[in-house]
Design a protein around this ligand. Structure first.
Ligand code: ADP
Ligand code: MG
Length: 258
């Protein structure tokens, strides 16, 4: 297990909840603050062909949102083509997945940065290596606190509390929850009451209620960031997040605070 790393592991209550959007937006906001932050996508399924190369759309999007000195391939060590659970896609494509490959890649990137954001694939119990090793095992191996991205609407209490409960059962720390696609103008009763109920039921802080970003496109040939970084700056409590992950300014690597 890798110890004393500074960063966060972005997981979600589901696939498609906005992990990539939140990862890229946080990365951009942290870099705007002068923090030498980087984001990686250890495993991508549903990779896309760009210039005849299979690449991670998610890692590519990080570079669309903010200037990065890396290509999407350098931020993503394993890319599978089928949009399936990684273990299933790997089996179909004859690819061997190992946690060590992903952890080595994390080790290299994290050694050169003050803070590393790791985007998971799907949620915590997505199979990576057969059915024995899941995304949670990667999170345990990398040993970073989690940020859980969740939906705002009916059903999210159950999904979010289950994710927190499983994280805790696996000994993972949860730094906070970010609710994505939150409609601040037209929130119904469920949307208005969900954040405080989730906070009470999990004991985990809600770090932000991020609205839909006009003009933002992750997928396709012409991805667009819109005003994502400013929206993350306005709607996510980044100071609270940095405290929760024990980020210490001016230290290349983290120091233990107690
Ligand atoms: N805050 C947002 N504003 C606009 N579109 C969003 C937002 N969050 C997610 N989306 C859209 O929802 C889809 C899924 O988001 P994504 O970040 O790729 O999810 P995940 O990484 O969890 O699979 C993408 O098409 C993205 O464009
Ligand atoms: Mg993603």
């Amino acid at each position: 297990m890798l110890k004393n790393n500074i960063g966060l592991f972005i997981t979600g209550t589901d696939t498609g909840v906005g992990k990539t959007v939140i990862t890229a937006g946080l990365l951009g906001a942290l870099r705007r603050r002068g923090i030498n932050a980087m984001a990686i996508k250890p495993i991508q399924s549903g990779g896309i062909l760009r210039d005849n190369q299979l690449v991670s759309e998610d890692a590519h999007f990080y570079g669309v949102v903010t200037d990065l000195p890396y290509t999407s391939r350098e931020l993503n060590p394993i890319c599978l083509q089928a949009p399936l659970a990684p273990a299933v896609a790997a089996e179909a494509e004859g690819v061997t997945i190992s946690l060590e490959t992903m952890m080595d890649h994390f080790r290299r990137i994290s050694a050169e940065h003050q803070l590393t954001i790791v985007e998971g694939a799907g949620g915590l119990i997505v199979p990576l290596v057969g059915t024995e090793e899941t995304m949670a095992d990667l999170a345990v191996g990398i040993d970073l606190p989690l940020v859980i991205v969740a939906r705002p609407n009916l059903g999210t209490i159950n999904h979010t509390c289950l994710t927190v409960a499983y994280a805790k059962a696996r000994g993972l720390k949860v730094a906070g929850i970010i609710i994505n696609m939150y409609d601040h103008q037209n929130a119904g009763v469920a949307e208005r009451t969900n954040p405080s109920l989730i906070k009470t039921m999990t004991g985990v802080p809600i770090l932000g209620l991020v609205p839909r970003v006009e003009g933002l496109i992750v997928e396709g040939d012409n991805p667009q960031a819109g005003d994502l970084i400013s929206i993350i700056e306005n709607y996510v409590n980044i100071d609270q997040l940095l405290m929760a992950i024990r980020y210490v300014p001016n230290h290349k690597k983290g120091v233990e605070l107690n």
